[in-house]
Ligand binder design. Structure first.
Ligand SMILES: Nc1ncnc2c1ncn2[C@@H]1O[C@H](COP(=O)(O)OP(=O)(O)O)[C@@H](O)[C@H]1O
Ligand SMILES: C=C(OP(=O)(O)O)C(=O)O
Length: 577
């Protein structure tokens, strides 16, 4: 034992000497130098070596300025443009060829346990253990071959009873800052207590490395392989940072329901009276935008869990879409673009004054900013809340026929949760260039590990127990389908949400919206009455009726695959032609 410690100490000293050399070459301030030395510990070396990683320089939980410094030094590596700092102090980085998730490259390791419980199919494509070993080997070899290695430790889950300890290994500084933002940052004491040895889940992000050989079950140069039983995840061939946060989400979708905790692809906020709202929605449907509400405390923008004690955020930060971001329309998010935030795949108006152009989508429609929760004024800490009073299903209807707001019965809520009708907006997934109507079970099918009806049954039970109201909100098109009509006004969507929060809409006079049999308000303060029934917003009512019927038919066809698992009441809650 003593010999082992001596040899580790010797290695540590050797690395410290190399680090000294690097630092003295670089004109680094003494402050940064001392931060670096503090970060170096015997443990740091062990952490990498546990996985055969013997990099010359290891940064464990580096400070934000240090990440910036390393980012600036990185230059144009990894086939992407070099990182830079924008006029408001955010770190600007590029993910290269892939600017969105690649669901077709996601693999789940099949073993004797997962074989029986994972929801196998297009969402969860199996990969053998042998192939996983090869994929992991390539990733570790890449990570170990780079001069600098970053290690980020953080929790997933604000509820200390249920949180998971996550450790990320990566070589791009921007990935390190991204995960520092997105995980819950442990304090010194927690770091010592919870992150001294093995953790609950490891991410090996070797995104810059592509796969150049045949591996059974791998069908492209990229692979995002999740090993649920050994609690590890490997990323190869994509540098889009969103893969990491959604990877963690996928793992919670497997582990949490086994403890009776429901995982939710939703944002959440809290009113002055402590009332909690959940906003479910697929990417780009408004979870982040609508949850950042100055009248309410933000709990989180994307990934939550619902236990017997209430809801908690899984993340420590937000990852907002930036397309057309403006101070006028979304001031909270706009102001979060500052020192410590990461801007991904964004263009400048002018490279010399470093002002970013949020309207420029020449790199991708999926431009993003990641920032810690505390960048949103009045965010709630700890990011937890009581059982929700209201739930919004945000649907981005590309056909422009669903009402801006409908009150659902509990059975309709289940039917629409399982259906998850919405649109994939451009960019978040590679290959999606314009809004594409889709049915995404639980409004987040891509992240489900188990069968959708399992999550739906848990939601049904919780809604019933806590008397939660469920509303369907169309944040998509009105006045015609995509290309003809226009996107629902953000101002009106916000006004509708305000009316629900103050209790006014629940007491409005309702009328029946045909075929879908939704309750829609006849009038609502501050909202033009004609928009409440979308039929009024179409120039040609016959075309509207036809489109509505076609959509109903799509619902019916889609629901066929759930028929054997749904109750009669839920089946009856669907649209009727
Ligand atoms: N009526 C609307 N409701 C919500 N978002 C809207 C609306 N109209 C346009 N948007 C835009 O749609 C995008 C929603 O993105 P975001 O809130 O980040 O989605 P998510 O968090 O669900 O991925 C933002 O760019 C927002 O400005
Ligand atoms: C980051 C993603 O999702 P969201 O837009 O919901 O944050 C994603 O799907 O890659």
């Amino acid at each position: 034992m003593g010999l082992m410690i001596d040899s580790l100490k010797q290695k540590m000293r050797k690395k410290e000497m190399i680090l000294e050399q690097i630092l003295s070459k670089e004109r680094s301030s003494s402050q940064i130098k001392s931060q670096l030395m503090q970060n170096k510990s015997l443990k740091t070396i062990e952490l990498g070596e546990r996985w055969g990683l013997e990099n010359r320089v290891v940064f464990r939980n580096p400070s934000v300025p240090l990440i910036y410094q390393m980012s600036m030094q990185q230059g144009q590596e990894c086939g992407t443009r070099g990182d830079s700092i924008n006029s408001t102090g955010a770190l600007v980085a590029y993910s290269g060829k892939k600017c969105g998730r690649v669901p077709k490259d996601k693999r789940i390791i099949i073993d004797s346990v997962t074989e029986k419980d994972v929801w196998w199919g297009d969402v969860n494509i199996p990969l053998s253990k042998e192939s996983y070993i090869e994929v992991e080997r390539i990733a570790l070899e890449y990570l170990g071959s780079q001069e600098k290695l970053f290690i980020i430790d953080g929790y997933a889950g604000w509820d200390i009873k249920h949180r998971l300890r996550i450790r990320v290994f990566c070589t791009r500084p921007y990935h390190a800052l991204f995960m520092k933002n997105m995980l819950i940052r442990p304090n010194e004491e927690e770091l010592k207590k919870d992150f001294n040895g093995d953790v609950d889940f490891y991410i090996f992000n070797a995104g810059p490395q592509i796969i150049q050989k045949h591996i059974e079950g791998v069908t492209s140069e990229g692979c995002v392989a999740v090993n649920l039983i050994e609690r590890k995840m490997v990323i190869l061939g994509t540098q889009y940072a969103g893969e990491m946060k959604k990877g963690v989400f996928g793992v919670t979708h497997y582990l949490f329901p086994k403890q009776g905790i429901l995982t939710l692809h939703s944002s959440a906020n809290e009113g002055e009276d402590g009332d909690v709202t959940l906003l479910f929605g697929l990417s780009g449907t408004g979870k982040t935008t609508l949850s950042a509400d100055p009248k309410r405390k933000l709990i989180g923008d994307d990934e939550h869990a619902w236990s017997d004690d209430g809801i908690f955020n899984i993340e420590g930060g937000c990852y907002a879409k930036c397309v057309d971001l403006s101070k006028e329309k979304e001031p909270e998010i706009f102001n979060a673009v500052k020192f410590g935030a990461v801007l991904e795949n964004i263009e400048y108006y002018s490279y010399s004054n470093r002002q970013v152009d949020f309207s420029n989508i020449s790199i991708t429609e999926n431009t993003r900013v990641s920032y810690p929760l505390e960048f949103i004024p009045g965010a709630k800490f700890p990011a937890q809340g009581t059982h929700p009073k209201n739930i919004f299903f945000l649907t981005c209807d590309a056909y422009g026929v669903l009402p801006p707001v409908s009150l659902l019965t509990p059975e309709q809520a289940m039917y629409h949760f399982i259906s998850g009708y919405t649109a994939k907006v451009a960019g978040t997934e590679v290959g999606v260039k314009e809004p594409q109507a889709t049915f995404s079970a639980c409004f987040g099918e891509a992240f489900l590990a188990l069968h959708p009806t399992l999550y739906a049954n848990m939601l049904a039970q919780k809604i019933k127990q806590h008397h939660t109201n469920v509303w369907l909100i169309n944040t998509g098109w009105t006045g015609g389908k995509y290309g003809v009509g226009q996107r629902m006004s953000l101002k009106y969507t916000r006004a509708i949400i305000d009316l629900i929060h103050c209790g006014q809409l629940k007491n409005a006079q309702f009328e029946n919206f045909p075929i879908f049999n939704f309750k829609i308000p006849k009038s609502a303060q501050d909202i033009p009455t004609e928009i409440l029934n979308p039929r009024n917003t179409w120039i040609n009512s016959n075309e509207f009726d036809q489109q509505l019927k076609e959509l109903a038919l799509k619902f019916m066809v889609n629901f066929k695959k759930y028929e054997d698992k749904a109750t009669i009441d839920i089946l009856n809650a669907g649209p009727k032609l």
